[in-house]
Design a binder for this molecule. Structure first.
Ligand code: FMN
Length: 214
């Protein structure tokens, strides 16, 4: 039985050592399904996810991540990349799917078709930031889905983007940004919680200067 969302959120920890046990293909498939169920701006689905499972590829990815050992140990690593220019490309298949599913009326679809490229222009050099937001939301889905399915993860920022891109074969694509590397596997260590600050530290009510006390 998968863990419920609340339990998965509360028990999850960033795991730094993994057993060599493989992830069964049907579990991997479920992880991918739960990942791409994530929302994205205009449903543009601008994440590009590379599943790095081959041992040589994992070793190369580990080297691109300052040799952090969890990359090579975990049987699978998801590299979350993002297409910075997705909003400028042909979004017809996404629009048509929205109509086919019955989720979007013809009016909504027409609005989206116009709004998506306009928004892409309006955000200008923030396009990278917006694409990375979507990829991070997908990565958060993966992280919690993995926990729910008995797996562990460690979100990772510690890498050199150009090197990660070279490992996944995207070194010549200037429009692809790397958002996150996520090793996934069966934990080989106890869950240790480094704790969180009290709400007052960074949660406020109505205005930033009115601390929330719970
Ligand atoms: C965006 C992001 C990047 C992170 N990068 C790394 C990393 O490169 N290496 C690492 O060991 N942990 C990394 N962490 C894990 C954090 O250190 C960890 O989430 C934090 O200490 C809180 O611990 P917890 O996840 O167990 O609650 C990262 C976490 C996040 C959210």
């Amino acid at each position: 039985m998968p863990l419920d969302v609340t339990t998965a959120i509360l028990q999850r920890r960033s795991i730094k050592t993994f057993k060599p046990d493989p992830i069964a293909p049907e579990i991997l498939l479920q992880l991918v399904q739960l990942t791409i169920a994530a929302p994205s701006s205009y449903n543009i689905q601008d994440w590009r996810i590379v599943i790095v499972a081959d041992p040589d590829q994992r070793a190369a990815l580990g080297a691109a991540c300052f040799n952090q050992p969890q990359i090579g140990q975990a049987p699978v690593n998801f590299v979350f990349a993002a297409d910075i220019k997705a909003g400028e490309k042909d979004v017809t298949p996404i629009i048509e799917q929205g109509i086919q599913t019955g989720a979007w009326s013809e009016g909504t679809a027409a609005y989206f078709k116009k709004a998506i490229p306009e928004f892409a222009v309006a955000i200008g050099d923030k396009a990278r930031e917006y694409a990375i937001k979507d990829a991070m939301i997908a990565a958060t889905h993966t992280m919690l889905a993995a926990e729910s399915l008995g797996l562990s993860t460690c979100m990772m920022n510690g890498w050199i983007e150009s090197k990660v891109k070279a490992v996944i074969g995207a070194e010549n694509d200037p429009d692809l940004a790397i958002a996150l590397v996520l090793p996934i596997g069966y934990s080989a260590e106890p869950r240790k919680n480094p704790g969180r600050m009290p709400f007052e530290f960074n949660v406020s009510l109505d205005r930033i200067d009115r601390p929330y006390h719970g």
